[in-house]
Design a protein around this ligand. Structure first.
Ligand code: G
Ligand code: G
Ligand code: MN
Ligand code: NA
Length: 253
């Protein structure tokens, strides 16, 4: 109950904010996407990581309210950036409980309507475990998203257990290679082999690929050579306050 009160207050007091981390297409060099990352600046605790407070928000049921806020803000921001000429897709992370709750599709519809954002400019990121946990229920939600034209991405790919048969059956647009594998490039042959295999599989399944946690030029070069579509990570840019993104875009090649 104390946590619930704190999260309520955080929303009301405007303690939540969004950061954004750009993604670059390795072919064109364009900034093809940007992931939104929720931040909670607590007056006494300082920055609290979403890895800590999202589980608490799920337990207290507040995840739905917070998730709706992220979707609304995310779509409004994406629409504003589009207005300025940017043609990328904005990625929003969605947790297991959010996906299972009935209002997700309604929240997506409301956020798209209020922002007049084209559906393909919104990408929903789900982890593998969320996807595979209750495949039938998940499939319904993914189909509803796909019918609207919203893109769906599998986050942290390679850290969970995906059934390849389901991956093929579900309407999925993108696969994000977990940074644990990217950090092994040039160091660990197993990680490199896994990346190569995942990229080949994504190609076969017709999915786009984004490598996460790219921190060096050598990692980017390795991924480009293997045909990975896009990269995200500190090498390109650290997550930044959303207000800084237009200036970053203007300066990007
Ligand atoms: O940005 P950072 O490394 O602190 O993110 C930690 C974790 O929190 C990541 O797994 C990320 O996917 C998750 N996360 C960030 N923003 C959101 C959000 O808006 N909603 C949900 N459900 N998870 C988020
Ligand atoms: O689980 P998810 O992929 O949504 O988590 C994204 C998190 O990864 C963000 O919190 C972000 O701060 C972190 N991140 C982004 N780029 C890098 C990077 O290049 N290196 C490391 N170590 N973390 C990163
Ligand atoms: Mn993510
Ligand atoms: Na990830």
């Amino acid at each position: 109950a104390r946590v619930e009160a704190a999260l309520h207050e955080a929303l009301a007091a405007g303690q939540f904010s969004l950061f954004v981390q750009p993604q670059r297409a390795l072919g064109s060099g364009n900034t093809c996407g940007a992931e939104l990352l929720l931040r909670w600046l607590h007056p006494e605790l300082g920055q609290v990581s979403p890895a800590e407070f999202i589980p608490l928000a799920e337990d207290s049921g507040l995840i739905s309210v917070i998730g709706a806020w992220v979707l609304q803000q995310g779509c409004l921001l994406a629409a504003a950036w589009r207005e300025q000429g940017w043609r990328g897709s904005v990625s929003v992370n969605v947790s297991a409980l959010q996906l299972r709750s009935a209002p997700l599709i309604e929240q997506v519809d409301r956020a798209l309507l209020a922002s007049a954002l084209p559906a393909e400019a919104l990408t929903i990121e789900l982890t593998e475990s969320v996807l595979m946990d209750d495949v039938d229920a998940t499939a319904d939600v993914l189909l509803a998203l796909a019918r609207r034209g919203v893109r769906v991405s599998i986050d942290d790919f390679g850290t969970g257990y995906s059934s390849l048969a389901y991956l093929q059956r579900l309407p999925l647009h993108e696969l994000k290679i977990d940074r644990a594998f990217v950090s092994g490039i040039g160091i660990d042959g197993h990680s490199e082999a896994i990346i190569e295999t995942v990229l080949a599989m994504a190609g076969t399944l017709g999915m786009e690929t984004v490598a996460e946690g790219v921190e060096t030029a050598a990692q980017a070069a390795f991924l480009a050579k293997l045909g990975c579509d896009a990269i995200q990570g500190y090498w390109l840019a650290r997550p930044m306050p959303v207000a800084e993104f237009p200036r970053w875009l203007a300066a990007a090649p």
